[in-house]
Write a protein that binds this ligand. Structure first.
Ligand SMILES: Cc1cc2nc3c(=O)[nH]c(=O)nc-3n(C[C@H](O)[C@H](O)[C@H](O)COP(=O)(O)O)c2cc1C
Length: 174
C-alpha cells in the first residue's frame, strides 16, 4: 500500500521503519514539562523531519485495534508536544501544519481504522497535523493483494498531493 501510494506522489521521501529504529518508549519523566524537547535524544533527527515535512504518511498493520508497539512508542513520544502546548504554553508547539495519510492493513473484514484514527487525533491536535487521507485494506487473511483498495489509494494520493500545496493556515488547530 505504501509503495503504491508513494509511487503516485512526486516528492522526496524520508522513510522511518518503527521496528528498525527501535525508539525508546516514553516513561513520563516529565522533563518536557520544564523545558521544550525530550530528555532522550534518540529521536532528535526524527522530530526534526516530523516538524518540517510537507506531509506525513503513516503505514501500519492493525494490531489489537491499534498500532504495533514500536509505532505506538513513537506516538507516545509525542508527549513532548503536549507538554510544550499545555505546560510551556507554546502555541502552536509545531509551527508548520502538515497533512497526514494513514494507510492500514487489517485481518478482520470489519476493521475500519476508526480506533487508530482516534488515537492519532489526540497527538495531531498538539502537533499541527491533520488526518486528511485514510485507506484501510481489511480481510488480509483472505485477501493477498492491494487490488481492492487501489482506486481508493489513487484518489487519496491525489488529495494528499493537492493538500500539501493548499495548506496555508498554520493556526487553524489552535
Ligand atoms: C499481534 C497481532 C494482532 C493483530 N490484531 C488485529 C486486530 O486487532 N484487528 C485486525 O483486523 N487484525 C489484526 N491482526 C491482523 C493484522 O492486521 C494483519 O495480519 C496484517 O494487517 C497483515 O498485513 P501485512 O501483511 O502487511 O502485515 C493482528 C495481527 C497480529 C500479528
Amino acid at each position: 500500500m505504501l509503495s503504491f501510494f508513494t509511487e503516485n506522489l512526486t516528492a522526496d521521501f524520508i522513510h522511518y521503519s518503527a521496528y528498525e529504529c527501535g525508539f525508546a518508549p516514553c516513561t513520563d519523566c516529565r522533563a518536557c514539562r520544564k523545558s521544550e524537547g525530550c530528555a532522550l535524544n534518540d529521536m532528535d533527527a526524527f522530530f526534526a523531519d516530523f516538524e518540517t515535512a510537507d506531509g506525513i504518511i503513516i503505514a501500519s498493520p492493525v494490531y489489537n485495534m491499534s498500532f504495533p508497539s514500536p509505532l505506538k512508542a513513537i506516538i507516545d513520544r509525542m508527549q513532548r508536544y503536549y507538554s510544550a502546548r499545555f505546560f510551556l504554553d507554546k502555541r502552536p508547539p509545531v509551527a508548520k501544519r502538515r497533512p497526514v495519510a494513514m494507510l492500514l492493513s487489517a485481518g478482520s473484514p470489519d476493521e475500519n481504522g476508526d480506533f487508530s484514527a482516534m488515537q492519532l487525533r489526540k497527538i495531531f491536535t498538539v502537533t499541527n497535523c491533520e488526518l486528511l487521507c485514510r485507506v484501510t485494506l481489511n480481510n488480509t487473511d483472505n485477501i493477498d493483494s492491494i487490488h481492492a483498495v487501489q482506486e481508493e489509494l489513487l484518489r487519496e494520493a491525489g488529495k494528499f498531493a493537492a493538500s500539501v500545496n493548499l495548506i496555508t493556515n498554520p493556526s487553524q488547530y489552535f
